[in-house]
Design a protein around this ligand. Structure first.
Ligand SMILES: Cc1cc2nc3c(=O)[nH]c(=O)nc-3n(C[C@H](O)[C@H](O)[C@H](O)COP(=O)(O)OP(=O)(O)OC[C@H]3O[C@@H](n4cnc5c(N)ncnc54)[C@H](O)[C@@H]3O)c2cc1C
Length: 393
């Protein structure tokens, strides 16, 4: 028999946000901007710079690039893990119940665990904690096997090939190209940069088993530390909220949880759709814009107004592959060919700096990444631009 929770609910003023990631901090900024109190509950109390974690794990970024305290961005922070969400309240794993006038769920996603034999032997790269652990494992390794050629796998392979030229890097992707959620030009650009760094890219290749010494595929065993970068899933069902199969929470057009009055969701944790109903990918850009929109709609609700429909779309992609090279597509502008591929890492820094200012004001610039700091004063990239000689015997 499950024990009844007899804890007295604790009322927090204004809006309660679950998760201090990209969506959570942008939601908090929108609420604070309206002069309404906001509390963020986060399981680690730290804001992870998730789009920089591949650089941290791979060794092209520094440990300082991994995360900063949520308290540097929001005054009221509660460290705790939410287990259940009800309309207008959240229950923590330790039994505490937090109640608010509105709740915004922005708990992100975690690495998926598909039914591959030995999946428990694979490392994940989804949090600052994962990145720091992988960083030291990779530094002592001879060979690395990355499964999944999306943003995480491609950026990790690129960073390791630059920072550790002696490590043999294998990147395995089940479909016919890299970066399947992005335009084909970006996939082709990633393939060009990675093969230029001697990364072994295997397309249309599936892993049958993961052992303690590597990954088994049709061609045999690829030895090395294995990182699973093949997908993410959200916590919707665990929270007790209506959710799709992969755990992403179902929403109405105002980003309110389906059937709920005072509870919104945004970012990876939510199933965002374009206005034509097409599901949107999990991305930092969507998390930032959805978080801000959910914050604004929570403010409307608290003022007695009707929340408004939100028009979300993926405006483009910017990826940093380390070695001052990257890939970007913004509208019809494609920056993934050789020569112009120097621009995306700079764009990535500008976007990160803007995000810091929007959520924490100019004082938050002290958390700028190590590579952004190295741009001030701007230094020309060194020649040769990220040439490496990764070798596999
Ligand atoms: C390695 C890597 C590289 C990526 N690179 C790119 C990229 O270049 N471009 C791009 O657009 N996207 C990229 N992505 C995807 C992007 O980072 C995510 O879409 C984005 O982080 C989603 O933001 P979010 O706020 O929804 O979640 P997150 O940023 O993950 O934040 C979720 C927060 O919720 C907290 N939390 C989780 N569960 C609980 C709980 N139960 N209770 C309380 N708190 C909780 C976590 O501690 C965390 O602080 C990358 C992802 C990875 C893993």
């Amino acid at each position: 028999m499950t024990k009844k929770n007899t804890a007295k609910p604790q009322q927090v003023d204004g809006v309660l946000i679950i998760g201090g990631g990209y969506a959570g901090l942008h939601a908090a900024a929108a609420v604070q901007h309206a002069g309404i109190p906001v509390t963020v509950v986060d399981r680690t109390g730290r804001h992870d710079y998730v789009t920089r974690l591949a650089a941290v794990a791979g060794g092209t970024g520094t440990l300082d690039d991994a995360s900063s305290p949520v308290r540097s961005f929001v005054d009221r922070v509660i460290e705790g893990t939410v287990a259940k969400v009800q309309d207008g309240s959240a229950t923590l794993e330790d039994g505490r119940i937090l109640q608010a006038e509105a709740v915004i769920v922005t708990a992100g996603s975690s690495s998926s665990r598909p039914p591959i034999e030995g999946i428990g032997n694979a490392h994940a790269l989804r949090s600052a904690e994962d990145a720091i652990k992988l960083r030291s494992l990779i530094a002592g390794a001879n060979s690395l096997v990355i499964i999944g050629g999306g943003a995480t796998g491609v950026q990790l392979a690129g960073a390791v090939a630059i920072a550790h030229p002696s490590i043999c890097v294998h990147l395995i992707e089940g479909s016919a190209r890299l970066l399947g959620a992005m335009p084909p030009e970006l996939g082709a650009g990633a393939q060009r940069i990675l093969t230029g760094r001697n990364v072994n890219v295997y397309l249309g290749s599936n892993v049958d088993e993961i052992t303690e010494s590597g990954a088994v595929r049709k061609g045999g065993l690829l030895e090395g530390i294995v990182v699973w970068a093949g997908g993410s899933e959200a916590l919707g069902q665990q929270f007790g909220l209506p959710a799709a199969e992969n755990g992403r929470i179902l929403l109405d057009p105002t980003l309110r949880v389906e059937g709920y009055k005072r509870t919104f969701a945004a970012g990876d944790t939510a199933l965002h759709r374009r206005i034509d109903g097409e599901p949107l990918p999990m991305s930092a850009q969507i998390a930032v814009r959805a978080g801000a929109a959910a914050g604004q709609n929570a403010v409307r609700l608290l003022k007695g107004e009707e929340p408004e429909s939100v028009d979300l779309r993926q405006l483009g992609w910017v990826l940093d592959l380390g070695g001052r090279r990257g890939l970007a597509q913004v509208g019809s502008l494609n920056l993934s060919q050789g020569g112009v591929d120097l621009i995306p890492p700079l764009l990535h820094e500008v976007i990160d700096l803007m995000g810091l200012i929007e959520t924490g004001g100019f004082t938050a610039l002290r958390f700028a990444s190590s590579s952004a700091k190295s741009l001030i004063p701007f230094r020309l990239p060194e020649w040769p631009f990220g040439q490496t000689a990764t070798r596999c015997s």
